[in-house]
Design a protein around this ligand. Structure first.
Ligand SMILES: Nc1nc2c(ncn2[C@@H]2O[C@H](COP(=O)(O)OP(=O)(O)OP(=O)(O)O)[C@@H](O)[C@H]2O)c(=O)[nH]1
Ligand SMILES: [Mg+2]
Length: 437
């Protein structure tokens, strides 16, 4: 048999075998279902699964010894090409498993990193993924050379050894420093752009939520854009901001990376600058999937709140939206209304509930934009045009002998600028031509 026998067609899905330790009270079925989705997104086929119930993973080999042996047979029988562990492995657990099983072993973090790497499109997104990958690899590099040295030296193992390792790690660390510097620069640029946007008084709304709940679909439905939306996890990595208008007022809506349970901490850090877009919102629309079972939904909502907490966004006001309501039958809808009475039920597909969502967003902001009454002398024409340029809603306008009287809703940040034109609250609006003083 020649080498051809082992050749895999490039487009054939990689055959992945999944193994996991189920700790007491773990929701192992839901976790594995999600891992299978991750694998599907990464272009792998799940050919088998092995679960071991244990209080804690084995510190050395993750699974217990008996299970490792069982696994060895399974891997052979299924012709698996990679073993995927639904957990974060220590570098030494990964090495030990690879040694014992003679197969490539990856953990949940590496799998997510792999998906992120192929979904990142912008320069910044790619840098963020590279940073996370380098930081993941750095502690794992030591093993590579130890591997060789443990084989006892001799022909074929002489050469770089530990000195090469040192070089490799130094190179990796240098690269990490460089990538961090570049990220800091792109972050600064982005913040500047955002500030320019924010200098107008357009309220900013961010979509947040678990992956695959329909955030991008909602962005598209509300703003008429065509951001990519697919039934894959982490379809969106790079934040996208679009404008929409509702009853004459503009809003910006930002779509960002979706969250997931057990999101590796390094990734949250690497994506901090993208997630900052979420933080920059005046309002979060927390999108939840209405069409999944209740326990899973609560789990997902909890995970989202955890990540929001980690990035310091837990205090931003939230509107909860139950999307994909088109898939839910009437009795279940009523049940959802009882369970989550404040949530707005919508469908990005049928557009039902979108009006209600737009109104809820508008109401949130109208409360923040307190109406103030101004008297702008005729000599200060520039002030009026600056007010109009802000796009602030103006509910009344009257020309008087002293100037133009206006009631406008201004955000707190703009109020100081117009304070000197403010009319005291009790002064009635005088009919035109009559001196009100
Ligand atoms: N039936 C139904 N399906 C929807 C609805 N909204 C989104 N979907 C589907 O759900 C899947 C995920 O949609 P996306 O908009 O990509 O979800 P996302 O939250 O942006 O996902 P990530 O970017 O991966 O985090 C796609 O297959 C959509 O077609 C909806 O209102 N009803
Ligand atoms: Mg998306």
């Amino acid at each position: 048999m020649g080498d051809d026998f082992y050749q895999i067609r490039d487009d054939a899905p990689e055959r992945a075998y999944v193994a996991a330790v189920a700790r007491p009270n773990a929701r192992i079925e839901a976790d594995l279902a999600e891992l299978r989705e991750l694998l599907r997104t990464a272009g792998c086929e799940t050919v088998g699964e092995l679960i071991q119930r244990r209080d804690q993973p084995d510190p050395k080999t993750y699974l217990g010894r008996g299970k490792v042996e069982e696994l060895e047979e399974q891997l052979r029988a299924t012709g698996s090409e990679v073993l995927v562990i639904d957990d974060e492995l220590t570098p030494s657990q990964q090495r030990q498993l690879e040694n014992k099983l003679a197969i490539r072993v990856i953990d949940r973090t590496a799998l997510i990193l792999d998906i992120f790497a192929s979904h990142a499109h912008t320069a910044e997104g790619k840098l963020q993924v590279e940073l996370a990958q380098l930081e993941y690899q750095l502690p794992r590099m030591r093993g590579m050379w130890n591997h060789l040295e443990r084989l006892g030296g001799g022909v074929g193992t002489r050469g770089p050894g530990e000195s090469q390792l040192e070089t490799d790690r130094r190179l990796a660390r240098d690269r990490i420093t460089l990538v961090k510097r570049r990220l800091a620069e792109t972050g600064k640029r982005r913040r500047l752009q955002r500030k320019q946007r924010a200098d107008g008084i357009v309220p900013t709304v961010s979509l947040a939520g678990y992956t695959n709940v329909g955030k991008s679909s909602l962005l598209n439905a509300l703003t008429g854009s065509e951001v990519s939306s697919r039934n894959r996890l982490f379809e969106t990595l790079d934040p996208t901001t679009r404008r929409y208008s509702h009853v004459g007022r503009d809003y910006t809506l930002t779509d960002t990376v979706g969250f997931i349970r057990k999101l590796p901490h390094g990734l949250v850090e690497a994506f901090a600058s993208t997630l900052e877009e979420t933080l920059a919102g005046d309002l979060l629309v927390h999108v939840v999937d209405a069409a999944i079972d209740e326990e899973e939904r609560l789990d997902q909502m909890r995970s989202v709140m955890d990540v929001l907490d980690q990035i310091g966004a837990a205090a931003i006001p939230q509107i909860v939206v139950l999307n994909k309501i088109d898939l839910v039958d009437p009795s279940e809808r009523q049940h959802l209304r009882n369970r989550l009475p404040d949530a707005i039920q919508v469908s990005a597909f049928t557009r039902e509930g979108l009006d209600e969502l737009e109104i809820a967003i508008a109401e949130h902001f109208s409360g923040l934009f307190e109406p103030i009454e101004l008297l702008v002398p005729h000599s200060e024409g520039g002030v009026l045009s600056s007010l109009y340029a802000l796009g602030a809603p103006i509910s009344s306008r009257e020309d008087t002998a002293d100037g133009v009287r206006i009631i406008a809703r201004l955000p707190a940040s703009e109020r100081d600028r117009y304070e000197r034109f403010r009319v005291s609250v009790r002064t009635p609006i005088a009919p035109s031509g009559v001196d009100a003083r």
